[in-house]
Design a protein around this ligand. Structure first.
Ligand SMILES: [Fe+2]
Length: 382
């Protein structure tokens, strides 16, 4: 194994009531009047109030205009609102869309050039504005990654900014914040977290640290996601999901994700299918493709899933994993096939042409893919 480096949020607070430490973290960072980035769903569900109730005598501004799969224009608007507000810091309260918007805005606030210049790896010059993130979904892992993703509606693609300046100062992962998460979002973001753990474990870039995190994440998520979906107020299930998603975020934030994400991005970008759902549509089919490249690792996944594999060959254990993936996507009622979304089959070759360009992710995938291979996977998932 070559040299492995590990990065995460500067500080992470996890578990029930971890949110009670918010004011202390703010004091440590010198945050006197925060700008809160959120969305209308979080505000209307009362979830935002759990945070603002802790601020009492602290003045703050709320920006609640973040939309799902946020566009670049949202970041522009958010930056303008932040600069006008004269607030000194940022708190993100939301899912991946909110956290990504806030993280990108935090580095963009200090930057004089166009937002376009920051896309890609290592293009961000720095960050001066302190930022705390409080996730309200168990899924994206954005609270601990150095990645932010936005939609470019003109080019119909998702674009990523990768920079260690996107690592937040503090991530507070308190399961109470996910209790009001709607069922559909619980399902989609939960599958996204599972994909993060699996792809990180199978990544060509995995190491001992990310392996440990990914396996624990898989175990937590496979057992708790169906429960969190079936009983939204089951606090144990919500807590396990919050932890699983955090660990998966730490794993993929360092090992990377692979072909599931690479193939999901063009689907989400063109047809506005949520990130978790587009991942779910591809997950079993990409794993079927990957299996022969790393069947021993699939056996480890089967073990994490508590499958009865003592008498099974690696090949059989891998098949049990794939069956289980079909089952969990079905359990959380995500449609099985791309064709369920009124997408014409003729477009699949264009999606494959887009996906093959996502070299940043494809190079992590354990089995090499050509454009033809990608098209074949889209067809099997159609
Ligand atoms: Fe993801």
């Amino acid at each position: 194994m070559s040299v492995a480096k590990f990065k995460s949020a500067h500080e992470v607070a996890i578990g029930r009531e971890s949110l009670n430490g918010l004011k202390d973290y703010m004091n440590n960072l010198g945050m006197k009047n925060p700008f809160i980035v959120t969305d209308k769903g979080i505000k209307n569900s009362g979830t935002l109030e759990i945070v603002t109730a802790l601020l009492k005598d602290i003045p703050y501004t709320v920006y609640d205009n973040v939309a799902p799969e946020p566009e670049m224009s949202i970041v522009e608007e958010c930056k303008k609102a932040f600069l006008n507000s004269k607030n000194d810091s940022i708190i993100a309260v939301g899912g991946g869309s909110v956290m990504d918007t806030a993280k990108i805005m935090a580095v963009y606030a200090d930057y004089d050039g166009p937002l376009d210049n920051l896309f890609g790896e290592g293009k961000v010059p720095g960050r001066n504005t302190p930022i705390i993130v409080i996730p309200t979904t168990a899924g994206t892992g954005s609270e601990v990654t150095n990645i932010g993703v936005l939609s470019d509606t003109e080019a119909q693609v998702k674009k990523g900014i990768v920079s260690n300046h996107l690592l937040v100062d503090v991530a507070i992962v308190d399961p109470i914040m996910t209790i009001s998460c709607p069922k559909k979002i619980t399902a989609a973001s939960g599958i996204d977290a599972l994909v993060h753990a699996i792809e990180a474990y199978l990544s060509n870039n995995a190491n001992h640290i990310t392996d440990a995190l990914a396996l624990r994440a898989m175990k937590l998520i496979i057992n708790s996601l169906p429960k969190a979906y079936a009983q939204p107020s089951n606090m144990d299930a919500r807590e396990d999901m919050a932890m699983g998603s955090l660990l998966a975020g730490m794993a993929f934030g360092n090992a990377g994700v692979g072909a599931v994400h690479a193939l999901a991005y063009p689907l989400g970008g063109r047809f506005h299918i949520s990130h978790g759902v587009s991942n779910s549509l591809l997950l079993p089919y990409v794993m079927e493709w990957n299996k022969m490249a790393c069947v021993e690792r699939f056996r480890d996944i089967a073990e994490a899933f508590d499958e009865p594999i003592a008498q099974k060959t690696n090949e059989q254990a891998a098949d049990l994993v794939i069956e289980r993936l079909h089952k969990i996507c079905k359990d959380v009622e995500i449609p099985k096939k791309i064709s369920s979304f009124n997408i014409p089959e003729s477009i699949l070759s264009e999606l494959a042409a887009d996906a093959i360009k996502i070299e940043r992710l494809l190079r992590n995938n354990p089995r090499t893919l050509s454009e033809q291979d990608i098209l074949a996977i889209y067809k099997s998932a159609y």
